[in-house]
Design a binder for this molecule. Sequence first.
Ligand code: BYC
Length: 313
Amino acid sequence: METIDLEQHFDAKLAKNEMIEPKDWMPDNYRKHLIRQISQHAHSEIVGMLPEGNWITRAPSLRAKIVLLAKVQDEGGHGLYLYTAAETLQISREELLDQLHTGKAKYSSIFNYQTLTWADIGAVGWLVDGAAIMNQVMLQRTSYGPYARAMVRICKEESFHQRQGYEIMCHLAFGTPAQKEMAQDAMNRWWYPTLMMFGPKDANSSNSANAIKWKIKRESNDELRQRFVNQTVAQAEYLGIKIPDENLKWNETKKGYDFSDPDWAEFNNIIHGHGPCNKERIGARVKAHENGKWVREAAAAFGKKQNAIDVAA
Ligand code: BYC
């Protein structure tokens, strides 16, 4: 087929809401866009293990430890599904990891903040996973088959994560005055970074036009951020925790809350590598990768030996 026919075929599939699969022809920019987004997403999952993993040894009960351990393991699994989906787009795992380790690829801004107290683990689960789900539900219908299928399982697990966080917040918010203060302090520090997770405002989102055209994203950064705020206000009210925004107010006309913007200068600083924990996070990932070299070599040697046995048999 001529390129023009291939392109028409691709457009027709998108118009019919059919998935694009790895062996289908696709425009090179669509492929690159997906590699960027899926790999950024995968990196976010595995970097996201660090601030929470930090608290596994300090969880306040055996139950809390088991639940947090399961959650952090899930994030590792999400990274694996997503790297595998990205690999179907003709890029190797080594190249993807190299992009993370050398700072060429981004990962979610949210994981460059410190988790200072146990209440932060509650706030991360409730707010950060809550925002992640809000963004990821639409990705179950993204136009690229392997990404959409990976997202189905990820979303199921994320909703467990969100409940894990909200349960911690309930314990603290209905606990002693000191515990309630911890919960409020965590909210004060995590609210605006969570709003940043949805990306820049639509007017400044350079990738959104193509993402929407190609049905990679089904909703815009601002639409999802608004829905997240609308949903979270009632949850905070139930906990008796105040959202740190004097401008937060119900707007009957738009049937949603008005709210303040996060500090976009801080956001830009972080996504360009200058946040409070960027160096620490990448340093930890590079070290883990180097420490795992012997495991990768042993697995590759075993695979080679098995192949030789299979060929000989
Ligand atoms: N952090 O044109 P835009 C999770 C970058 S949760 C860092 O709007 P796009 C988890 C963006 O990459 C998080 N960078 O981009 C939860 C672009 O730069 P480049 C992971 C950001 O792609 C709990 C530039 O800013 N979720 O995994 O249309 C525990 C302009 O932005 C951020 C996903 O990745 C940010 N917050 O929209 C463990 C979901 N926002 O690449 C793990 C999939 C924007 O052109 N991703 N940038 O140099 C998406 O839906 C979209 O990529 C985004 C951004 C909404 C994030």
